[in-house]
Design a binder for this molecule. Structure first.
Ligand SMILES: Cc1cc2nc3c(=O)[nH]c(=O)nc-3n(C[C@H](O)[C@H](O)[C@H](O)COP(=O)(O)OP(=O)(O)OC[C@H]3O[C@@H](n4cnc5c(N)ncnc54)[C@H](O)[C@@H]3O)c2cc1C
Length: 647
């Protein structure tokens, strides 16, 4: 892989890694079930019994708020919002009046003062009806100003902004730029300090800023002067609170998308915007860490949203599978559809288990949530997408037809087509699936990294290597031996889980297997493992499924104690299916086709297979489709290079 980025204006791969590494939370703020899981330790006690935070006064407020929200949503015309691409101001005003922009803001500042758990329940309910409204409320409260203000704001900043936000001053989170999507090292928006240090001048342009076209307040991540670390310059990113009416702030374009048609998203330009120093959040140079930490908890909302969306889809699929008769039977009786229905129910239960458990752990505190939250985001968005896809298939042609068109010819306007368009972005924003897997993989091997990395790092000193050797000798023999024995091999263990005990024994055994196989992969590939994404991501997927299995059993056991026996059936089916996926990932862990896949990908990149793209009308503006068998310049260059023996 090239060390220097193809475009010399962009950060090199090393710079990108250094910036991300400097911004990650190096210390663990508490224990983590998933962190242990990747080390081959199945510490069930960390997540079982299922955390329940009971605050009767808060729950009463939550119930009253959720009832108001439900009544409002029942009146909302979501097909009109989708059709016109705009959320009427009257809806926004009604949301303001019920406190929907200050759900988590403490009561003392005029907010509704609800817990994160009840906040995510509210957003899940909104998502089940309307994706654009969910984006408006969630971008404001999960990543917009209320969240970083709560985590990092000074008392004075909280006093200044919380009351405004609670009343409905909409906020936005502005990180992404044209060249800085997954890679914040390419951030170009700059903030320059005034000589007296009282002001900063911001210049630059932010892309795809949700709520940006309607916001009063922005959290803007900008580059500030480099710091010097070990004699070398290190890029600094700082977070600023920017008011939309400050001179020089301009919405230059409203972006429109495949779904979320009424999302208030745009390109925001900052030209010589003077921002007082007291508007810095947390501190100079801490902006990227702030953004990533905000996302760690901020991304707990999407998993709950996906579970809410999954429930709405399940209701549609169940009703239609009963009503629709083809080939002499309701379609739900035909095995192909029956199979989809069963798995939709089991997977929706698992999504809810993952989302509620993760939020419960975050609420309980003294727990480092970053890995659980990342898995919940990645896993629930991918599962949620599959559920929308299956629902569309079950609805057949009606799934593909718009709600307006269905209504226009006298059928109920069931908006599966809209749900599908709205759901797809979930796998991309707030950390794409690939970036989530990279993040999880990095955190998963953190313990090994801290223990042994200095041994193989070419930059480490002799002293550092010696200390690493000491750590390795102390940790690995005992740890490795213990990965071969555990409760999972003891018949009768986990008996409090009744019919699900066998799944937990299986999960315990395969957690140890995961710890061993990741260790073997590290020994096999050394520092090169970080580039073997196909291998690493299989490990991540095994860990994610093991977490989902355990979360599902823990939730089913809690529900069984409350008298709900049906949940055990769903948890059992979910675990059976998850076990098959895990076994497949173990059996092809090193991916015997990985090299062939990568080789062909590089041939495709070099244009060697452009011949395959003939016979089409190109849809790439400014990129004409290849016209002849000779193919493009890139293909010729590759052939010449191969001829010269350098391919
Ligand atoms: C509707 C919408 C709303 C948004 N809202 C906001 C917002 O409010 N605030 C904000 O700041 N941003 C927002 N974004 C931006 C969003 O977070 C980015 O789209 C996202 O971070 C991905 O960046 P990108 O689209 O530039 O993809 P790129 O970074 O260009 O990535 C392209 C593809 O390559 C993959 N990829 C990239 N790097 C790697 C790697 N190292 N290894 C493996 N795969 C890799 C990605 O996963 C992706 O599949 C929004 C975007 C959309 C579309």
């Amino acid at each position: 892989m090239a060390e220097q980025a193809a475009n010399p204006g962009l950060a090199s791969e090393k710079e990108a890694r250094d910036v991300a590494e400097a911004a990650r939370e190096a210390e663990w703020s508490g224990p983590s079930f998933v962190r242990d899981l990747f080390l081959g330790r199945f510490n069930l006690d960390l997540i079982h019994p299922h955390p329940v935070v009971v605050d009767a006064a808060e729950q009463a407020r939550a119930d009253a708020f959720l009832a108001k929200l439900r009544a409002f949503l029942e009146r909302v015309d979501s097909d009109m919002i989708d059709r016109t691409g705009d959320i009427p101001e009257a809806y926004v005003q009604e949301l303001r009046e019920m406190g929907a922009f200050g759900i988590k803001i403490p009561l003392e500042y005029g907010g509704v003062g609800l817990s994160y758990a009840n906040y995510t329940r509210a957003i899940a309910m909104v998502t089940s009806k309307d994706g654009s409204l969910a984006a408006l409320l969630s971008a404001h409260q999960s990543i917009g100003l209320p969240q970083p203000l709560k985590l990092f704001g000074t008392a004075e900043q909280k006093q200044r902004y919380f009351p405004r936000l609670a009343k409905g001053a909409i906020s936005a989170f502005a990180l992404t730029e044209v060249d800085a999507g997954s890679d914040p090292a390419n951030l170009r928006t700059s903030a320059t300090p005034s000589e007296d240090g009282k002001f900063w001048t911001i210049n630059g342009e932010k892309l795809w800023c949700t709520n940006g076209t309607r916001a009063e307040l922005f959290v803007v991540m900008a580059r500030t002067p480099d710091a010097v670390v070990k004699g070398k310059p290190r890029k600094q990113i700082t977070a600023f609170i920017v008011e939309a009416d400050m001179p020089g702030v301009e919405v230059v374009h409203r972006c429109r998308f495949m779904g979320l048609k009424a999302i208030e998203n745009g390109v925001i330009r900052f030209t010589n915007v003077r921002v007082p120093s007291e508007n810095i959040l947390w501190g100079e140079g801490k902006g990227l860490k702030l953004a990533l930490t905000t996302l760690n908890t901020g991304r707990l909302t999407l998993p709950a949203s996906c579970a809410g969306g999954g429930k709405a889809m399940l209701q549609v699929a169940r009703t239609w599978s009963n009503e629709r008769v083809q080939w002499g039977q309701p379609i739900g009786k035909h095995e192909a559809i029956a199979q989809k229905l069963a798995l939709m129910a089991a997977n929706t239960f698992a999504m809810e288990a993952v989302a509620e458990l993760t939020v419960g752990l975050a609420e309980r505190g003294k727990y480092d949530i970053r890995l659980e939250a990342a898995i919940a985001k990645m896993w629930n968005t991918e599962m949620g997408w599959r559920i929308v896809d299956d629902t569309l298939q079950i609805r057949g042609g009606r799934g593909y037809e718009t709600a307006d068109s269905l209504r226009g010819r006298g059928e109920p306007g069931i908006p599966v087509e809209r749900a599908m368009r709205d759901a797809r972005i979930n796998l991309i924003f707030e950390g794409s699936s690939e970036i989530m897997r990279l993040f999880i993989a990095r955190e998963a091997v953190d313990h090994h990294f801290k223990t042994a990395f200095a041994l193989v790092d070419k930059d480490s000193t002799r002293q550092e290597k010696l200390s690493a050797l000491g750590r390795v000798a102390k940790f690995y023999p005992g740890w490795y031996l213990a990965r071969w024995f555990g409760r999972g091999t003891m018949p009768g263990s986990y008996s409090e889980f009744g019919a699900l005990a066998g799944h937990l024994r299986w999960a315990e055994r395969h957690t140890r297997h995961l710890g061993r196989i990741l260790f073997h992969a590290m020994v096999r590939f050394g520092p090169k493992l970080e580039r073997r994404q196909m291998v690493l991501f299989r490990g991540v997927d095994i860990g994610a499924d093991l977490f989902a299995m355990t979360a599902t059993c823990v939730r089913a056991q809690m529900l069984a104690r409350q008298g709900n026996r049906e949940a055990t059936e769903l948890a059992d089916l979910f675990c059976r299916e998850a076990r098959q996926r895990i076994e497949t990932n173990f059996s092809r862990f090193y991916g015997e086709n990985d090299s062939a896949i990568y080789r062909v990908s590089q041939q495709v990149l070099a244009g060697q297979h452009e011949w395959l793209e003939q016979g089409i009308v190109g849809i790439m503006e400014d990129h004409p489709a290849p016209s002849g068998r000779e193919g493009s310049r890139a293909t010729k260059e590759l052939r010449e290079a191969e001829g010269a023996g350098v391919g």
